[in-house]
Design a binder for this molecule. Sequence first.
Ligand code: PA5
Length: 466
Amino acid sequence: MIKYDFRNADEKIIGSENGLNIGHEFEQYKDRIKDIIASLNQRKDKPGQKLQWLNLGYNEETLWYVKEYASLVEGRFDNILVLGIGGSALGGLAVTNALLKPYWNLLTKEQRNNFPRIFFLDNIDPDEINSLLDILDLKKTLVNVITKSGDTAETMAQFMVIKDRLAQVLGEEEYRKNVVATTDKQTGVLRQIAEQEGYKTFVVPDDVGGRFSVFSAVGLLPFALVGINVDEIINGVKDMDLALKNTNIHDNIAAQNALIHFLMDTQKGKNISVIMPYSSKLKYIGDWFCQLWAESLGKNKDIEDNPIMTGPTPVKAVGATDQHSQVQLFNEGKNDKIINFIRVEEFETELEIPQIFSYTGIGYLGGKTMNQLMNAEADSTKVSLSDYSRPTVTITLPKIDGYHIGQLLYMLEVQTAIAGALYNINAFDQPGVEQYKNYTYALMGRVGYEDSAQTLQDRLNSFSAV
Ligand code: PA5
């Protein structure tokens, strides 16, 4: 199992101004945490609670269909192109980057064991899309379009461009074999198109929000298509789920990290949560976590609809890279952050630094390994942060494999749900995203948004009048 260490957030290490009396707080909050976990466990099967993501580890049917389809198309495609944005893309990006060999898309087919390259298009930048279209042989590309709502402007605009190109090179009939859609089982425009055109489809289950969907077909299908062992990931999710059903805070690492972050924010003024993996393979876990934490916890109403303003700001960093970028700020800037280190005990490979220079400044490096250097850098950054009374917690993965990545992501999801309950907010909606979406529809002339178009024009005029 992955390990969690909170000692450097304790007042015994960093002083009472910035640290918590964690033993005392666990005692104080043990009943509240017990209620929160029990309530999550009780409500998870109830429709409308948006908690179906807690059951994704047990969805044998999806797992079976995903593996069956992946084996059916194995060897047919050189590229997988995933179209999606936000929760429909970030989990896929994070996990493939963690579990595939680095520079996967640059490896030869043999080096990839005949599995395809994978590209995630999670933006609408015309230069990026045009460049990608220049290099992809669309005849050899399987397009996985993912949108739960089925009408997200960014994803559907991408799909319209790609579908048009696919049909040009393959013909209006044949192109359909190169499309697989992941969307709601009934509603949404993509579902209508898929049925009309006869695409293979996978379902984003009800009551699973985008940012909690990585263990549904949203993530599992792209993983299986590039040869990632999805059973291993799901085994990690299940084992972590079992551990996190424990209502005792002393045995539940997601509850511990949620509570420590909540108290750091509300009692110690640390309203910035930094996620800092010491591994390039884990760097997109930071992007995925930022969305999860930000969209779930940034709210202006509590559960009872009282106006509030809450939400710790997530920040991503990568060790050792960001030691030369953000650590100056973390050490000496405003003491308003809690830093989550993610460590890896055992890298997949070892790399020795050759003894080729004997200069005093660098000679000591020769004969050591990059692995030793990485761990020494993580240790020294932790100690220096502690010298400056900055709180840190550390999550340690024995190694980067599907089993532990499944555990890590699932733990962070449960941690977010528990934090939402501690803040007394709904962690599973995102009303703040709707406003700009409506304005975009209005600007782009979508039928039914004429009133918004007028409001938008008035607002833009008022800006220029200032
Ligand atoms: O977490 C969320 O719900 C969002 O980030 C969505 O994933 C994102 O807006 C994309 O939505 P959809 O899957 O409907 O295209």
